[in-house]
Design a protein. Structure first.
Length: 434
């Protein structure tokens, strides 16, 4: 039995300081249409650029998961995404007025509360799943890191951590179903080792960190004087040092809270697959880099599967209007194109036999089809970011070709758009792809 996609009924807003910049930021969850997925919008930047929460857009994983397009970036996205995924939400537009999300208390608890209070509503479209059919594995033997995905018709997640520390040794956490998430996983705070604090601050990180939003683990004996010195360095109140262990022990909810938070992070990073998952995932010593590498394996499997479906639905090398309608999730009567002459990872050629069709709309349609086929972001991209070419105008048959930029490998993959209308080219400066 199929399940429907979900979004929220009303916007939900949260404000607080960013973990690394220390700046006040506001995040707003907004309802989004079917098949939208999760996308972040930088409302403080010109043009309000939108960044899809997909593994292809990850640009840094050193201390959190960071996605970006060009100069636009959003960091520490994993807690907000984990909350959304844990609550069974599929589609959200997430507005942020700064370079990172608010850290709040270092967990997903307040994100869960905000989304729950906004109301979760079902949509009409079926939920998109990726089911692990064959074993997927990411491994870094040098660091004893391993993430394995095993076939299963449900979702399960096991996490094991070991920091070779007297205080934080082997810990284990698991999630059998998402009914457990809100109470068992969401409240678990991020953590940091006491010995790392000064180094991280000198690296211009964790300016917004304090005992209210992270568990501080003292794995080696220190002194009250050293605790006071670091507190002064951060501009924070002095805290009583009681020996090895968790400095803010009173904030510890579960004995294995660090392992549970690693599980929380992993759920947030798995969201970058763009699908709900079916399978059992076992992670040993996971971190953001390994999480994203594993998700990229999933994304590649999704790409193979969907490309195969596209190929099998082609008839004599030509895709008809029904195929285009299904791919774009749009009624056939709203389409401008009649057929796709060619669709692959380098170009898309579509045609329309009526001279009354809007050539600009035909271009948008081909750009969308090409982008969906090749998992390339095109939303909210100004047409002026594309290179435009004129050619001989055909009255009897309008053909639009979209071709991938020759310089492959850049963060922002541009498209070559070939148009058959000089009037369209003149109007492109103010048009935005949506």
């Amino acid at each position: 039995m199929s399940e429907n996609q979900r979004t929220i009924q009303n916007p939900a807003e949260l404000s607080g300081k960013g973990l690394h910049t220390g700046a006040q930021v506001t995040l707003t969850f907004r309802p989004a249409p079917e098949n939208f997925g999760f996308q972040f919008r930088r409302t403080d930047l010109e043009g309000q650029p939108v960044i899809p929460a997909l593994a292809e857009y990850v640009i840094d994983t050193s201390r959190s998961t960071v996605i970006g397009i060009g100069a636009a970036r959003v960091s520490t996205i994993e807690h907000a995404l984990s909350a959304a995924y844990g609550l069974g939400i599929d589609n959200l537009l997430i507005d942020v007025n700064g370079p990172e999300t608010p850290i709040l208390d270092g967990s997903s608890k307040f994100y869960v509360e905000a989304l729950t209070n906004a109301g979760i509503t079902e949509q009409n479209a079926d939920r998109k799943y990726f089911e692990i059919k064959n074993i997927l594995k990411y491994e870094n033997k040098a660091k004893s890191i391993e993430i394995i995905g095993l076939p299963d018709d449900t979702f399960g997640l096991n996490v094991m951590i070991d920091y070779n520390s007297e205080v934080l040794g082997n810990q284990y956490a698991f999630l059998k179903n998402f009914e457990q998430y809100s109470k068992e996983i969401a409240p678990c705070k991020t953590f940091v080792f006491f010995s790392e604090l000064e180094f991280l601050l000198k690296q211009n990180l964790i300016k917004g960190g304090d005992l209210d939003n992270a568990l501080v683990i003292v794995e080696k004996k220190t002194t009250q004087e050293e605790c006071d010195r670091l507190a002064d360095l951060f501009g924070k109140p002095h805290t009583q040092y009681n020996g090895q262990g968790v400095l803010n022990q009173e904030d510890l909810i579960f004995p294995n809270e660090p392992a549970r938070h690693k599980l929380l992070d992993l759920i947030g990073d798995l969201t970058l697959s763009g699908r709900r998952l079916k399978g059992k995932i076992i992670a040993t010593r996971p971190g953001h880099f390994s999480n994203v590498q594993f998700v990229k394996l999933i994304r590649e499997e999704i790409r193979k599967t969907e490309t195969l479906v596209l190929q099998t639905e082609a008839t004599n090398g030509q895709y008809d209007k029904n195929f285009i309608s299904k791919t774009l999730n749009r009624p056939t009567e709203t389409l401008f194109s009649e057929k796709v002459v060619q669709l692959n990872d380098t170009n898309c050629i579509i045609s329309a036999n009526s001279a009354e069709n809007s050539e600009f709309s035909l271009m948008l349609e081909s750009a969308e089809l090409f982008a969906r086929h090749n998992k390339i972001n095109y939303n909210k991209r100004k047409i002026q970011d594309f290179e435009l070419y004129d050619s001989v105008n055909k009255v009897s048959e309008t053909i639009c070709t979209v071709t991938k930029h020759k310089q492959v490998g850049t963060e922002n993959l541009e498209l070559y758009v070939q148009l058959f209308s000089d009037q369209i080219r003149k109007a492109c400066g103010s048009i935005i792809l949506t």
